[in-house]
Structure formats: C-alpha cells, structure tokens
Design a protein around this ligand. Structure first.
Ligand SMILES: Nc1nc2c(c(=O)[nH]1)N[C@H]1C(S)=C(S)[C@@H](COP(=O)(O)O)O[C@H]1N2
Ligand SMILES: [Mo]
Length: 337
C-alpha cells in the first residue's frame, strides 16, 4: 500500500487549480502558499514549511485551514487515488484495495435519511434536502484507522449538531445511534453471518453535538463515491475511523450507549468510545504510532488524533463550546476505550 503512483498528482493538482480559480487570483493567501509547499513534495514535515516568525511550532488555528491544502500541522492532503482506492467498507470486502472496484453496485440515488427515536420532531429527509437545509462546508481532517494507518482528507459536509438541533432531542435522550443501509443484494458482505449487519455506530449526545462531528456528502470537491460511504457518512476526526459510519439511512436518539457492529464482533478489542489514544494499545498492536498513507516510515499518534484542544472548526480560538478533551474529563480512558 505504500505504492502511490505519480499519476496521483494529476487530480490533486486539478483540484488545487480549480480551488485557486474559485478563490480568485490573488485571494489565495495562506492556503495557497501552503499548497505550493505541499504539492512540491516536501511531504509536510513538522511545520518546517512555516514562516520564520517562530510560529512554526504552534498548530495553525483551524479557521486558517478552510481552503488549505494541508492540515493544521502542515501535512499534505492524501492524494485522491488513495482516499478513493484504499477503503475499509466491510459490506463489500475486507480487502481495502478491492472495495472501490465493487462499490458501484450500491445504488445511492434516491436516498432518504430517517431521523427519529427520542426526538420531538422525527423526520425523513431526502438527500438533497440535507445540503439545502444545512449547507456544505469544507473540513480538512485527519482520519486515523484503528489498524494504524492514516490519511488527511478534505471533506464537504455539515455539523451533525445542526441536524440534531432540528430534530429536538428529548430530555431523556443521551446517545445517538446511526445505521448503515441494509441491502445484501447490493452489499455482498452483508450476506456473511460473521458480522451483525447492518453496521451500527453510536456517540454520546454531547460528542455528537460537538462542532467537529460532521455528516459528509463529499470529498475533494465532489460527491462521495460509494467506497467512501456515499451518499452520506459520519466523520468524527478524534475517534478511530470505524466510528465514521458510511452510507447512513437512520439516525435515532436513544437513552443508552448503542452497541456497535465492532463491539458485537470483538468486545475486548473495540469499545464504545474509540477515541484515538496513543497510550492505550489495541490488544494485538500498538497505537503509539501510525503510517500516513504515502509515507514509508511511521509517525507518532497524537492524543485525540491531534484534536484535544479543538472546540470547533473556525472557532477554535473563541473558546466557544467544550474542547474535545473536556468531553472526557475525569474518565478513565483505558477503561472507557
Ligand atoms: N458501514 C461501514 N462504515 C464504515 C466501515 C465499514 O466497514 N462499514 N469501515 C470504517 C473504517 S474501519 C474506516 S477506517 C473508515 C474508512 O473510511 P474511508 O474508506 O472513507 O477512508 O470507514 C469506517 N466506516
Ligand atoms: Mo478503520
């Protein structure tokens, strides 16, 4: 999987060029400069591209990242080919490089999302209604798989909080349960009795309301492809990738922690929280480090995937809302893994 052909440069370059056009010549600013660094193959480094003012050691506030081509640590976006060609989507295959070739069998239009459970206003949305109502913004996030690899992906989407607010959770709602579409005829992996289909994931309500948690409809400026969870998937960047459930058809407010597919499959290995945590190893491998797709070596894994202090995208400095780390204040994270 370390083979990233040079052909991957092309779509990335097209994406960057198009974004510069959209941004208008001369209005590129910081993001444009970072882009030049990222694409010229510096590989990101640890802030070495940054200016000479001494600010290099400090992560750039998230608000400066919109329209950037790196994450806030200066690491380049993962090439489109890798993002769309190396996927975990067990409904198709357990072989990451086979998923893309199979995923075309999933019919993603029309698509509806049911929001219900312990809410005052249950509702069924048509997919297009969602972006009409909640908009779409770019979020450049690191995705850290529990298996020990990672990517940097420019998603489009909207905060899950916006959808939940419209549904009006009742006072007794404590958690959110999300469910993937169940169509064994289109998703051949669902014929395997080994897993408890459909794929289910869950969040505590306050986690789900955090501004960093989004529902995504696209990446790299285009609608999601099936292998990435078209037409609608969760992205929770401070948790292991398996929490970011794909091809969602149901979201329910509930009054207990939902049992996820992975908790069912291996309760000793996959807990409810699944926060990225370099200090708590998986029973079968270390979580202290990871391989960024496209890199040869490994890098250290950051607590909460580097999002510990984040309160929101573009609002990090304002202090509005709880930081990610505060969501878990006082909890034993080795027990609540
Ligand atoms: N429905 C469903 N969602 C899923 C998975 C899956 O197998 N089925 N795999 C998860 C895992 S383990 C990861 S790492 C991410 C991968 O997302 P990507 O392929 O878009 O990078 O999706 C997550 N969401
Ligand atoms: Mo994963």
């Amino acid at each position: 999987m370390s083979r990233i052909p040079s052909s991957e440069i092309t779509p990335l370059q097209q994406y960057l060029d198009r974004r510069r056009l959209l941004a208008g010549l001369g209005a590129v600013g910081l993001g444009g400069l970072a882009a030049a660094c990222g694409v010229s193959g510096s590989g990101g480094g640890s802030g070495s591209d940054s200016d000479a003012t001494g600010a290099a050691a400090q992560p750039t506030p998230l608000e400066l990242r919109a329209g950037s081509t790196t994450d806030e640590f200066g690491d380049a976006l993962t090439p489109l080919e890798a993002v769309t060609g190396y996927n975990n989507f067990y409904e198709f295959s357990t072989n990451k490089e086979s998923v893309a070739g199979m995923a075309g069998s999933l019919v993603t239009r029309p698509w509806t999302l049911d929001v219900g459970g312990l809410v005052a206003k249950p509702r069924t949305y048509d997919l297009d209604e969602l972006t009409q109502r909640f908009g779409s913004e770019e979020r450049i996030y690191r995705l850290r798989c529990v298996e020990g690899w990672s990517m940097v992906i420019p998603w489009q989407g909207f905060p899950l909080a916006a959808l939940l607010a419209e549904a009006q959770p009742l006072g007794k709602a404590t958690h959110v349960r999300l469910e993937t579409v169940f169509r064994p005829e289109q998703l051949p992996g669902q014929r395997s009795a080994f897993y408890s289909w459909p794929y289910v994931e869950g969040l505590r309500l306050d986690e789900a309301m955090h501004d960093l948690a989004i529902l995504s409809t696209g990446l790299y400026g285009k609608d999601l492809l099936p292998q990435n969870g078209a037409p609608l998937r969760l992205v929770v960047p401070w948790k292991y990738g398996f929490k970011s459930i794909k091809s969602i058809v149901r979201i329910d407010l509930v009054d207990e922690p939902p049992t996820s597919l992975w908790m069912n499959a291996a309760p000793g290995e996959y807990g409810f929280y699944a926060n990225v945590n370099p200090e708590v190893d998986h029973p079968r491998w270390t979580q202290a480090n990871e391989r960024r797709i496209g890199d040869l070596g490994r890098r250290r894994t950051r607590m909460f995937n580097g999002y510990a202090d984040a309160t929101g995208y573009g609002r990090q400095a304002s202090g509005r809302g709880k930081s990610v780390a505060e969501l878990y204040a006082g909890m034993d994270l080795s027990r609540n893994f």
